[in-house]
Write a protein that binds this ligand. Structure first.
Ligand SMILES: O=C(O)CCC(=O)C(=O)O
Length: 370
């Protein structure tokens, strides 16, 4: 039998234990954080738990998009995308029940015995369903305190047969969540394009592409951690897509970087968090920013979140929209696509926005990094 890591956190085993995930480790009764999970002091949270100043993200009431307030709402939305890269939405049309079912089936997936979950562990980043641990367990030198289940949602007829059949209601719950979130994403994108100033013809073309775009849903599971100050639930990263729609439960943990400080996003019951991804940063030629965010863990309760990452179709080229480029605002990013992104993800640690930075054009007129 494989030796288990000591419950005092001393390294007594090979890396294969860590590849089984934090749920598996916790089931063995860890009392300290194994060295594999200890982040350098400079990367850790200072206060532990979800300390750090709270921030009130802009709250966009989507019901106002259908009223004479639309212009004011678009202005707030554009400002939030420019300043923070994050905002929250309320009255978004995804019911409490749909969200609760998704969280519930995901939680029960993580409760399954390791042998059952491990059927979906894969190092193929293109796999339609993938569970695993840390951020990218193939390349991470330090592991983070998270297990995940990723479900590709589109094109549904091709991917659905691969989704787990256990728990028996997982497909039903995830399908319903995916469908509702997808239509919310399209409503949000229409607003974002309008806020960016695209005319209706240009916006319609982009919408057509995004209607057939990629969607990956990620259920994140962060078990209680015996020494939360020494590790992270997720290290600083930006999201690769156009927009991410996130449900975080009531447990604090999400932090975003703003003007050099880490700010905690206070959970707001019923709201969904929305953030700008790298593809939207490129598409907007840097006007909207994908922002570094991370997740802290805590010693006492499980935290769960479900992210849905949306973008263009897998074969599409992402580039700054012609309508946002002009003499005063010259093109700042190279063309990019999923193959380039996946190659990046496979080959290096995804931190500090190094993917989007690798797409910045450094012409004589444009020496600043994005
Ligand atoms: O758990 C959270 O609040 C954020 C999760 C996240 O950043 C991600 O899934 O990329």
């Amino acid at each position: 039998m494989e030796p288990a890591p000591g419950t005092d956190g001393k390294e007594t085993s090979s890396d294969s234990w860590y590849l089984k995930g934090v749920v598996h480790l916790c089931e063995r009764g860890m009392t300290t954080v194994p060295a594999k999970y200890v982040f350098p002091a400079s990367d850790r949270s200072d206060g532990g738990g979800a300390a750090g100043p709270n921030m009130e993200l802009s709250i966009i009431d989507l019901s106002d998009l259908h009223t004479p307030n639309r212009t004011a709402v678009l202005r707030s939305l554009g400002k939030a995308c420019e300043e923070y890269g994050f905002f929250q939405v309320i009255n978004h049309g995804v019911s409490e029940e749909v969200i609760r079912d998704m969280v519930d089936v995901s939680k029960r997936f993580f409760d399954l015995p390791f042998e059952e979950r491990s059927r979906y562990m894969s190092s193929d980043l293109n796999a339609p369903v993938r569970c695993g641990t840390s951020f990218n367990q193939n390349t991470d030198r330090v592991f983070c305190w998270r297990d995940f289940l990723k479900l590709t949602y589109h094109p549904l007829p091709l991917v659905l047969p691969h989704w787990p059949t256990s728990p028996t209601d997982l497909r039903e719950g995830a399908l319903s969540y995916g469908r509702h979130i997808r239509s919310l994403f399209l409503e949000l994108v229409a607003a974002v394009l309008e806020a960016l100033g695209l005319d209706s013809e240009a916006a319609d073309g982009v919408m057509e592409e995004l209607k057939d775009g990629t969607q990956v849903m990620v259920a994140n599971f962060f078990p209680p951690c015996p020494e939360p100050n020494r590790t992270l639930g997720m290290p600083p990263h930006s999201d690769f897509g156009f927009l991410t729609l996130l449900h975080q439960d009531g447990v604090r943990g999400l932090q975003i970087q703003h003007q050099g400080h880490w700010l905690t996003v206070e959970p707001l019951a019923g709201a969904l968090v929305v953030n700008v991804g790298d593809h939207l940063e490129i598409f907007s030629n840097g006007r909207y920013r994908s922002v570094l965010h991370r997740v802290l863990v805590n010693p006492s309760v499980v935290r769960m979140s479900v992210a849905s990452i949306h973008s263009f179709p897998a074969g599409a080229v992402v580039r700054p929209a012609p309508q946002v480029i002009n003499e005063a605002n010259p093109r700042r990013y190279k063309d990019t696509d999923f193959a380039t992104f996946l190659n990046h993800l496979f080959t290096r640690e995804s931190k500090d926005k190094n993917f989007v930075k690798s797409r910045v054009l450094l012409g004589p007129e444009n020496q600043e990094e994005g």
